[in-house]
Design a protein. Structure first.
Length: 161
C-alpha cells in the first residue's frame, strides 16, 4: 500500500510539472496550423465549395457551388441560356415560351422588358425565381431574355418541333 501511495505522489508531481509544457506545445501547434492558411473570405469560400455534376438535357455539366462569385466574369445571354434556360425554354416545358417560337414570345414582348425581367427574377407561374440559375446576376438574366427574344423574331418554325 505504501508503494502505491509513493507512486501516486510521484505521478501527481510529474503531472503538475508537465502540464505547462503540454499547454505550450498545444498552443504552438495550433497557432502554426492556422497561421499557414489563407483565411480571407475568398479562400474560405473556395475551400468550402464542392463541385456538383448536373445532367442537363442528357449532357453532364460540372457546376461549382460557390459562396461568392465576385471573381467570376459575367456570362453572356447565349451562355446563360445554354447553361440554364434551355432546360425549359428549349422544349417549352410547363408552358414556357419555346426558344425561337415567334408567336410564343410576341405577347411577352408586348408586356415590356421590365415585366419580363421581374417575372424571371422573382418567378412566374411554374418558373422558379431566376429559373434554374441561382447564381446569375440581374444583368445575366436580362441578357438571356434578350437572347431568347432576339432569336424568336424570325418565324414560327421552332413552334412545331
Amino acid at each position: 500500500m505504501k508503494a502505491l501511495l509513493v507512486t501516486l505522489r510521484q505521478y501527481r508531481k510529474a503531472r503538475l510539472k508537465s502540464w505547462p509544457w503540454i499547454f505550450a506545445y498545444t498552443v504552438i501547434a495550433f497557432s502554426n496550423a492556422f497561421a499557414s492558411e489563407d483565411n480571407s473570405y475568398a479562400a474560405i469560400a473556395k475551400r468550402l465549395a464542392t463541385p456538383t455534376i448536373v445532367d442537363i438535357m442528357g449532357e453532364a455539366k460540372k457546376i461549382e457551388n460557390t459562396i461568392t462569385d465576385a471573381a467570376r466574369p459575367e456570362r453572356g445571354g447565349n451562355e446563360t441560356f445554354n447553361l440554364y434556360c434551355t432546360v425549359c425554354h428549349g422544349t417549352g416545358a410547363a408552358g414556357s415560351p419555346k426558344f425561337g417560337c415567334k408567336s410564343a414570345w410576341e405577347p411577352r414582348k408586348a408586356k415590356g422588358m421590365k415585366t419580363l425581367l421581374q417575372h424571371a427574377m422573382n418567378g412566374f407561374n411554374f418558373m422558379p425565381a431566376k429559373g434554374t440559375c441561382l447564381d446569375c446576376s440581374q444583368n445575366e438574366i436580362e441578357d438571356a431574355i434578350h437572347y431568347m427574344i432576339d432569336n424568336s423574331s424570325k418565324d414560327d418554325s421552332a413552334c412545331a418541333k
